[in-house]
Design a protein around this ligand. Sequence first.
Ligand code: URA
Length: 437
Amino acid sequence: MRPQEIIAVKRDGRELSRSEIDAFIAGVCDGSWADYQISAMVMAMFTRGLSEDEQNALTYAMLHSGEVLDLSGIPMPKADKHSTGGVGDKTSLVIAPILAACGIAVPMISGRGLGHTGGTLDKLEAIAGYDVNLPTGHFREIISKCGFAMSGQTADIAPADKKLYALRDATATVPYIPLIVASIMSKKLAEGLDALVLDVKTGSGAFMPNIEDSMRLAEAMVQTGRNFGVRTEAVVSDMGRPLGRYAGNTCEVYECVKILRNELLELSGPTRELSLELSARAIVLAGVENDLVSARALAEAKLGSGAAYERFAENCRLQGGDIDSIPTTDPFAGKGLSTLEIKAECSGWVERADALAIGEAVVEIGGGRIHAEDGIDFDVGFECFAEVGSEVREGDLLGVLYARTNEDADSVGAKLGAAYKISETPIEPPPLIRGIV
Ligand code: URA
């Protein structure tokens, strides 16, 4: 069938067959479908909708557009965690070493930050020398040596997604659940996993801000993982406020290392808590423990004994990273940065610390990227001093922005000021975990 005949099926609201979806994805990969035809097809999918069968067929075709990792030579259960992305969302750097210390192999393929959300690869690159471009053989070797490896997506993993995502981004067709599911799950399923824990964010800093949409996305991803024989669960977690103390790159790595070294910083509690919750779920799904209570105890023990930190240090060495380049005290000190203090304008309780505004401010001062090809200033970032629900007095510090120049800092001052709202009455912060699927 010619591309236009397949496009017409969806344009007219009919269900695509598996072979039509296979032909579409083959055409995306071999270049026989022009960009305008691919764009027309995703727009037809977006407006006419995809059934569950079509969503599964699309995920399958995208997954098999490239290589599926064969980790059968590693005699351990394989598990991973994937987050839909947020501000200060740094749990991967804590979870991977905890799971590795529990005897679980973690083949973590991550992405870069785009828009107001940060990306694991950027945080890792804030560690001097850390290599996130691992060829498959080296990736596998590092997993067998220290239990986990963290790398970017190679050209061989779900190549159809790279092309499709770029065209969806350019044609306003990203926010449609079946397309998101096929995009994310085709990449995760290519890791050859036994178990997968998804952290679906909800709230202003999430890519699906509303809780109903986040729950629907979580349900669709969990169902798809299970359809493909991977034990899958999702936690829907709050991203209305930044996670933990820092948002940036070097500063987020610092926060994770502090957690791994059991030197917990103020306001880092939620980062540790979410990391342990997601780890415990992965431990049960991987079959290492039978229930969440023992899995949580095991994860805490691996953190407490320093075993997880040792895995992190070993991984850093194997991936070329200089662990001594990670700050051990104030992560912003000695970098000649300009600061902008955000202070409470009145006494009361912090009602809002808006993740979206804080994430955007960090991106605008160079800590994230607006275009995929932009470079990143690893040193800049935001430090939270008060969390939602905290009681504050007029003039108390709510947060500090660390920018490269005074002009950069001033340019986001109004946005950051508006990110905070103080209530005259006590505020109950929303729970960190909003739902489980
Ligand atoms: N992240 C992805 O990888 N794909 C999407 O479609 C949306 C978010």
